[in-house]
Ligand binder design. Structure first.
Ligand code: FAD
Length: 676
C-alpha cells in the first residue's frame, strides 16, 4: 500500500523524532552519572574496592572547608599522573568508610592535604575521619603517606590538623615516604609554601623512589560534548541551579536537610546599609526561613552560596573568547570514573562561569605556568612561562596588581583571547565557587524564623580597576535594588538567578553549626569582645539574653567591648545598644573604642579591656565566660594578651602562667573565639 502525502510527512516526523531521541540518549545518558555525584558512587563507600576497580596506585586525600585544599589536591593528583605516570585519584574523606583503611596496601602512595578550621578543628568533610583516626584506628603499618597542612599562623592552633595526621600516622606505624609540609595563609604564603613542598616531594619521587619524570601535559579527566538538540529552554538543562533537585523539582525544596550540597532558597525580606561613610559599606541582611524547616541556634554560621558579578564574567569570557558560547548546552563525560562531575549537567557555558567557577579571586603561579601551553601565540607562552616560573616577577606583576585569572591572562597575552584553552581544562583547574560563611547576628530565641547577617563589603580600587569580593558585593547589590537606594553598586549581578528562581531577593543558604555558644545558665556573667563585624554574633547573644530575661530568667552581667574607626561612620547597630541597655538594665554595659577619634592615639578594644581590669578580674573570679569575635590576624591575639595581663595582675601570677590559665579557659569553653 502506497503512503499518501500526510502519512509520509507523519512518518518522516516520527523518524526524525526517534533519531533525535536516540542521539540524545547516546550523548546525554539519563543515568545518574549525568551530574553532581560523589566520585565514589561507582564502588559505594568502599575505598579499597574503588582503588582496585579503577587500577589506582596513588591517592590524594583532602580535608577542605573553603575549597583550597580540594583545589590543591585535584591539581596535585593530575600532576602526579601526568609527570610520573602514577594512577592517581583524589579522595574526599566524607565519600568513604574507614573500617578497611588499615588495609590500604603499601604499594599505594597516599598524600593528605588537610586544612585546619576554626579553633584547630578538622574541616567538615574530614571530621569523621579524624574521629576514627583518634579513637578507632590501630595498626597502619602498611600505609605509605605524606602530609601537607593548610593553616593560618594567626590562629592559636596553627596547622593542628596537618600535625595531628602526621603524628598519628607515625604513631600507628605508617611510613612517611616524603617530607611533611605546611602552608601559612596568615603570612599570605600558602601557594608558595605548597609549591616548595610539592617540589621537594617530586624530588623524592625521582631520586629516592626512582620514578621517571615526564614533561607536564594536560590529560583530561572529563570530556565535554556540546548538544545539537538541547537549548536553554529545555527543562532538564541546568542554568546554574544549586543542585539537581532545583532543576527536576521532584523534591520539596522547603524540606531539608540543608547542607553544603543542598541549600535553602531563602528570601531576603529586609536589608539596610549600616555605615554612613561614602567610601565603605556594611549591610544588615534578614533572611526569612519561616516556610522551611531550616533551623539555627544563636552563634551558628550562615553559608551564603555565591554567583559571579556581570563585570567579572564579561572579562572572563573575553579572556577565553567564549562570547558566542554563553547559551550553548553541553554534557560532561567522565574519562576517569573516579572523577566527580562538579555540577549538574547538561548545563550551559554561561551557567558554569556565573555559578560554579571562582573567577575573581587571586590567581596562583602554578595556574599560570600550567596554562602556558595553551597560550594564543609563542610570545604569550614565553611571557606566561617567565612570569609563572619566577616567584619574584609573579609577585610584582600579578599578585601586587590584584589580578584575577582573566586579568592575568589578558595581561600576559596583551589582550589576545586564550581560545586554545579547552573548557574542560577550566572546569578541572579553576577552583569551584564555595559558599561564604557569616556569623549569624540574630537570636534564635527571639527570632526563630529570621536569620540576620552583618557583612562588610569587600571592594578595593587598584589602578582604576575594582577588585571585589563575590558575596559581599552581591549582598550590597541586593540591598541597593531592594531599597531603591541611590548608592551605586561597584559591580552588578543577575539577581533573578536561573529561570528567575532567585527573584524577589532569594539566595541559596545553609546553616553551619558552631561551638560559639552562650553558657547554658543565663546567670553566668559574660564578657563579649567584637570590634567591627565581630559584633555580629554578640548582637545575637545580647538579644538571646533579653529574651531569657523576658522568659523570667535572672541574667548575669553582660559587658560588650566594641570598636570601630569612628562613632559617626561605622558604629554598627548604634541605635540598638541603648535599647538593649534599657531591656537588660544595669547588668549590661558597652565600652567603645573609636580608633580614629584621636589622630594622635589609636584606641582599640584591647585598651578598653585593660581600662576595666578590676571589673573584669572580679567577673572572671565569679566564673565569667569570655567571647571574642572578628579579625583573626591581630585583634584576637591582642585581646588575649590583655586578658592574660589582667589575670596576671589580679591574681599575682606571672604573665606566662596567666597565658596558660587563658588557654585552660579555652579548653573548658570559658574563653571562646569566632574569628576569621
Ligand atoms: P571573596 O570573593 O571571598 O574575596 C576575598 C577577598 O579577596 C576580598 O577582600 C576581595 O576584595 C579580595 N579579592 C578579590 N579578588 C582578588 C584578587 N584578584 N586579588 C587579591 N584579592 C582579591 N564577614 C563579615 O563581613 N561578617 C561576618 O559576620 C563574617 N563571619 C564569618 C564567620 C566565619 C566562620 C568565617 C570563616 C568568615 C566570616 N566572614 C564574615 C568573612 C566572610 O566569610 C567572607 O570571607 C567575606 O565576607 C568576603 O567574602 P566575599 O565573597 O565578598 O569575598
Amino acid at each position: 500500500m502506497a503512503l499518501d502525502t500526510l502519512d509520509l510527512s507523519v512518518f518522516i516526523a516520527l523518524a526524525v523524532a526517534v533519531l533525535a531521541y536516540l542521539a540524545k540518549q547516546k550523548l546525554f545518558p539519563t543515568k545518574d552519572d549525568s551530574g553532581f555525584l560523589p566520585a565514589s558512587s561507582n564502588s559505594g563507600r568502599n575505598l579499597l574496592e574503588t582503588i582496585k576497580r579503577n587500577g589506582k596506585n596513588t591517592l590524594v586525600f583532602y580535608g577542605s572547608q573553603t575549597g583550597t585544599a580540594e583545589d590543591y589536591a585535584s591539581k596535585l593528583s593530575k600532576e602526579l599522573s601526568s609527570r610520573f605516570g602514577l594512577k592517581s585519584m583524589t579522595v574526599d574523606f566524607s565519600d568513604y568508610d574507614f573500617d578497611n583503611f588499615g588495609d590500604i596496601p603499601n604499594d599505594i602512595l597516599c598524600f593528605y592535604l588537610v586544612a585546619t578550621y576554626g579553633e584547630g578543628e578538622p574541616t567538615d568533610n574530614a571530621n569523621e575521619f579524624v574521629e576514627w583516626l583518634e579513637n578507632e584506628a590501630d595498626n597502619l603499618s602498611s600505609l605509605k603517606y605524606t602530609v601537607f597542612g593548610l593553616g593560618n599562623s594567626t590562629y592559636e592552633f596553627y596547622n593542628s590538623m596537618g600535625r595531628k595526621l602526621n603524628e598519628k600516622f607515625e604513631e600507628l606505624g605508617a611510613e612517611r615516604f616524603a617530607t611533611y609540609g605546611e602552608g601559612d595563609d596568615g603570612k599570605g604564603t600558602l601557594d608558595e609554601d605548597f609549591l616548595t613542598w610539592k617540589e621537594s616531594v617530586f624530588d623524592t619521587l625521582k631520586n629516592e623512589l626512582d620514578f621517571e619524570e615526564k614533561e607536564l601535559t594536560y590529560e583530561p579527566g572529563l570530556k565535554l560534548e556540546e548538544s545539537d538538540f538541547l537549548t536553554i529552554d529545555d527543562s532538564e538543562v541546568s542554568l546554574g541551579e544549586p543542585n539537581k533537585s532545583y532543576i527536576t523539582g521532584t523534591k520539596d525544596l522547603s524540606k531539608g536537610p540543608f547542607d553544603h550540597s543542598h541549600p535553602y532558597l531563602a528570601q531576603i525580606t529586609k536589608s539596610r546599609e549600616l555605615f554612613t561613610s561614602n567610601d565603605r559599606s556594611c549591610v544588615h541582611i534578614e533572611f526569612d526561613i519561616s516556610n522551611s524547616n531550616l533551623r539555627y541556634s544563636t552563634g551558628d554560621h550562615l553559608a551564603v552560596w555565591p554567583s559571579n558579578s556581570n563585570e567579572n564574567i564579561e572579562t572572563f569570557i573575553k579572556a577565553f573568547g567564549l562570547e558566542s558560547k554563553n547559551d550553548t548546552v553541553f554534557q560532561l563525560k567522565k574519562l576517569d570514573p573516579t572523577i566527580a562531575i562538579p555540577f549538574p549537567t547538561p548545563i550551559t557555558y554561561g551557567a558554569v562561569i556565573r555559578h560554579h567557577l571562582e573567577i575573581s579571586g587571586p590567581v596562583s603561579r602554578q595556574f599560570l605556568s600550567a596554562i602556558a601551553s595553551f597560550a594564543p601565540d609563542d610570545a604569550s607562552k614565553q611571557r606566561a612561562n617567565k612570569i609563572g616560573n619566577d616567584k619574584a616577577i609573579f609577585a610584582q606583576e600579578i599578585t601586587q596588581n590584584l589580578f584575577n585569572i582573566a586579568d592575568t591572562l589578558l595581561y600576559v597575552s596583551q589582550g589576545k583571547p586564550w581560545t586554545k584553552v579547552p573548557f574542560e581544562y577550566l572546569i578541572e583547574n579553576v577552583a569551584h565557587l564555595q559558599p561564604r560563611y557569616y556569623s549569624i547576628s540574630s537570636s534564635s530565641l527571639s527570632e526563630k524564623t529570621t536569620i540576620n547577617v552583618t557583612a562588610v563589603i569587600e571592594t578595593e580600587k587598584k589602578d582604576n580597576r575594582w577588585v571585589t569580593g563575590v558575596v559581599t558585593n552581591l549582598l550590597k547589590n541586593i540591598e541597593i535594588v531592594q531599597n531603591k537606594s541611590s548608592d551605586k553598586p561597584v559591580v552588578t549581578y543577575d539577581l533573578k538567578g536561573p529561570r528567575g528562581k532567585f527573584s524577589n531577593f532569594k539566595l541559596p543558604v545553609h546553616v553551619r553549626r558552631s561551638t560559639f555558644k552562650l553558657p547554658s545558665n543565663p546567670n553566668i556573667p559574660v564578657i563579649l569582645v567584637g570590634p567591627g563585624t565581630g559584633v555580629a554574633p554578640l548582637r545575637g547573644f545580647i538579644r538571646d539574653r533579653i529574651q531569657q530575661k523576658k522568659n523570667g530568667s535572672t541574667i548575669g552581667e553582660t559587658l560588650l567591648f566594641y570598636g570601630c574607626r569612628n562613632e559617626n561612620e561605622d558604629f554598627l547597630y548604634k541605635e540598638e545598644w541603648p535599647e538593649y541597655a534599657k531591656e537588660l538594665g544595669e547588668s549590661f554595659e558597652i565600652f567603645t573604642a573609636f580608633s580614629r577619634h584621636d589622630p594622635n592615639k589609636k584606641v582599640y578594644v584591647q585598651h578598653k579591656i585593660l581600662e576595666q581590669k578590676d571589673k573584669i578580674n572580679k567577673l572572671l573570679e565569679s566564673g565569667a565566660f569570655i567571647y571574642v569575635c572578628g579579625d583573626a590576624s591581630h585583634m584576637a591575639r591582642d585581646v588575649q594578651a590583655s586578658f592574660s595581663k589582667i589575670l596576671a595582675e589580679g591574681r599575682g601570677i606571672s604573665e606566662e602562667k596567666a597565658g596558660e590559665l587563658v588557654r585552660s579557659f579555652k579548653v573548658q569553653n570559658r574563653y571562646q573565639e569566632d574569628v576569621w
